[in-house]
Design a protein around this ligand. Structure first.
Ligand SMILES: Nc1ncnc2c1ncn2[C@@H]1O[C@H](COP(=O)(O)OP(=O)(O)OP(=O)(O)O)[C@@H](O)[C@H]1O
Length: 436
């Protein structure tokens, strides 16, 4: 493996044996052994012995997964529940054996896994940190040197000398992260474990992850937070039913695929009823090379989407803080008793800056067959910048079914002479008493 590769995974697969009943498990354990024992005798009397019966079903939690992560890269792993993320991480960390395939890793791996952080519940936090560090190859002197810093970062104070079994999940996460980063790993593996920490600690971890990225640590990062994947990762994959369904150096593409999977999407039927979809306006030119993803059954669909100012004129440049309307023309093939409609403004990095929908607003909406017009009115309290409008429409009369999702549909430019930081435009008035 070349030296600039930190992790190489080739055709990695994991098969679990699933038993319907404990009895089947016992049969599987006993009978093949018994058959093997009597086989020589059977062969003397039967020319074609019956094949060995299996009492389990095979379940492939991971199948033929291959990728390479370069040194210093942050590699994002997305996937719905049960798609194989933990299985993959556990095999990379060496706590689970693959059924077949190879993993090569260059350097010390520290893992921060939701399940199986390796802590012993009977030992105190301090004892566990020692134990963990010894397993990672640190000497006792090195560990003594780092202990104060581990305790300080974790913020556990005196709890460090309490047995881990008395810790809350948040305290557990604090200790796990703090202990993992202090062993100075070449590769840091992080899954959703961080999500149980409080917001302050999560921010501290994110800042530390940034520092580690700058120092060239390779990071494997599993998260359902697509914003963090876009912000932090150099490349990403999406797992679905144990296979890679998207892999890209532009994590935004993976996020789109993941968002598509997380919604129950019915793809458009190509029928005469849907022919007017072809006449729906597309705003590809203004999207600056970003390809619109359009999903849903299209039984009801957005034909036109406009931004309007207070003079009811369409435009797509607005002042921060100005009143804006988003007006959409919807065409429906039939009546829908209950729909939900919403929108999000995302920035160039794909991060949700602000959004709203009829469900949050507690409004019941239905659609009649034919044309309807939908309007959102709000003040644009977002700072100057480029934004992309994502809109959606779903039928929620029964089980939720997507009707039309347009990601993104339009681009909006917000301008302001007043600069500010962050995602909200709320300029402060500033007063200094006693100064000049
Ligand atoms: N020991 C096991 N025996 C049988 N099946 C298992 C075992 N461990 C995991 N699985 C199955 O393998 C699949 C992948 O599980 P895995 O925990 O890797 O998913 P995941 O993507 O990490 O999910 P989540 O987001 O819920 O943590 C799941 O269907 C799970 O039920």
């Amino acid at each position: 493996m070349s030296s600039d590769i930190a992790i190489k995974v080739e055709n990695l697969s994991k098969c679990y044996q699933i038993y319907d009943t404990p009895r089947d498990r016992l049969k599987q354990f006993v009978l093949p052994r018994f058959k093997r024992a009597v086989a020589p005798i059977k062969q003397l009397v039967i020319r074609h012995p019956s094949p060995v019966t299996a009492y389990y079903k095979e379940f492939w939690a991971l199948r033929d997964v291959s990728f390479e992560v370069r040194r210093g890269e942050t590699f994002g792993i997305l996937g719905r529940n049960g798609s194989g993320k933990s299985t993959l991480l556990q095999m990379i960390c060496g706590t689970l054996n693959p059924s077949y395939g190879n993993i090569q890793a260059n350097g010390r791996i520290a893992a921060l896994l939701e399940l199986g952080s390796g802590f012993n519940p009977e030992f105190t936090g301090r004892e566990n940190v020692f134990l963990n560090s010894a397993l990672m190859g640190l000497t006792a002197d090195e560990m003594h040197e780092k202990m104060d810093s581990v305790i300080e970062f974790s913020g556990l104070g005196d709890y460090i000398d309490q047995p881990i079994k008395t810790y809350s999940s948040g305290m557990h996460a604090r200790l796990a992260f703090s202990s993992a980063i202090h062993v100075e790993p070449a590769i840091l593996v992080i899954d959703e474990a961080l999500s149980v920490g409080d917001a302050g600690f999560q921010l501290k971890c994110m800042l530390r992850m940034r520092e580690m990225q700058e120092k060239g640590v390779t990071i494997l990062f599993v998260s359902h937070d697509t914003g963090s994947i876009v912000r932090l990762c150099d490349q990403a994959i999406v797992l679905e039913q144990g296979r890679i369904v998207s892999q890209d150096r532009n994590p935004l593409k993976c996020v789109k695929m993941y968002e598509q999977l997380t919604r129950k999407v019915a793809m458009p039927e190509l029928s005469v009823r849907n022919r007017s979809v072809a006449h729906a306006e597309s705003y590809g030119d203004e999207l600056q090379g970003i390809q619109e993803t359009r999903l849903g059954s299209q039984e009801a669909r957005y034909l036109r989407v406009e931004f309007l100012g207070d003079d009811n004129q369409a435009r797509n440049v607005f002042n921060a803080g100005e009143e804006i309307q988003i007006k959409a023309v919807i065409e429906s093939n039939r009546q829908f008793d209950k729909v939900v409609t919403g929108f999000t403004l995302k920035n160039r990095a794909g991060v949700d800056v602000w959004g709203d929908n009829s469900f949050f607003a507690d409004i019941n909406l239905g659609l009649n067959a034919g044309i309807s017009e939908l309007t959102y009115r709000f003040r644009l309290h977002v700072p100057a910048g480029e934004y992309f409008l994502y809109i959606g429409l779903a039928d929620i009369s029964g089980e939720r079914t997507e009707l039309d999702q347009r990601w993104p549909v339009r681009r909006l430019t917000v301008v302001s002479e007043r600069q500010c930081l962050g995602f909200a435009f709320s300029p402060a008035s500033i007063e200094l008493i006693g100064g000049s």
